[in-house]
Design a protein around this ligand. Sequence first.
Ligand code: FMN
Length: 311
Amino acid sequence: MIYLGKIKVAGRLMLAPIAGYTDSPYRRIARRYGAGLVVTELISAEGVVRNNQKTLDLAVFHEEERPVAVQIFGNNPIIMAEAAVIIESLGPDIIDINMGCPARRICASGSGAALLLNPKKIYNIAESIVKRVRLPVSAKIRIGWDHSSLNYSDTIKALEDGGVSAVFVHGRTRAQQYGGSADWDIIRDIVLRSHGPIVGNGDISTYDEACKRMEYSGCQAVMIGRAALGNPWIFSGAKPSMEDVVKQIKQHLDLMLDFYGERGIMLMRKHFVRYIHAFKGAKHIRKDLVMAIDRDKIHGILDQLMDSDSN
Ligand SMILES: Cc1cc2nc3c(=O)[nH]c(=O)nc-3n(C[C@H](O)[C@H](O)[C@H](O)COP(=O)(O)O)c2cc1C
């Protein structure tokens, strides 16, 4: 049994937040396939405090997602704590603090991965949030700003002193963005040095790899991001048939239409591409799917795929 603070998570493989993809519909799907925890994409603490509707829309979740963490980003401890109180009133299971986003726009304001340069600020943010909410608080970090400043021990200490219940560690520096590879030796080192649960993250592409990474690093759990897009089966290790994939895409489309209305069709396109990428046997229908403009047309294309598979 794994606990993040008082929250019992549902499994050792979790869904990492991917802005623009891991929205409420996809988080529900990931939970159906066994993801132990799902996390919203990063949400602006300032936007929450200003009651910005677009920001608050990103914090909407469905009961089926539980346990679900809502992730906030920002730089000002007072505003972050204020936002955390508002988020808590929406009823999620965990509040997560983004300390890893490498985007220039985010880092320029001292948020996301820029916080890694300032352990005192990390402590202040963690402490002020933990003091104001009853929910467990976690943080998602990188191992440092760049390889000449691998100060993850200071980061972990600041977070632990600030009272966080768990740390999600993406094993890259900010300078690496998403290139190079995640350093699981460092993640292992962090597990040895820390007192609370550490969830490792970075470059896991299969269920077996997730198990190996956990064994190697000693992490209680791991998070999977990119490899989980179009491939929710990664959480169970199952190998889907064409029929499974077609059924899953149809189900996903319906969740998107329910959640977004007609806009769901357009927003589904990037997911089509991911499903097709993960399931090579369907490559030839990619273009047709992306061009289709209504549910019936999409069903038609998928049914044809099934027919051609059974011939
Ligand atoms: C397009 C994209 C968007 C992301 N958005 C977020 C985000 O909103 N919050 C966050 O903490 N991490 C975000 N990440 C980082 C992932 O959660 C994860 O740490 C990273 O992709 C490494 O894991 P992976 O190799 O399993 O994908 C994002 C990554 C990508 C590629």
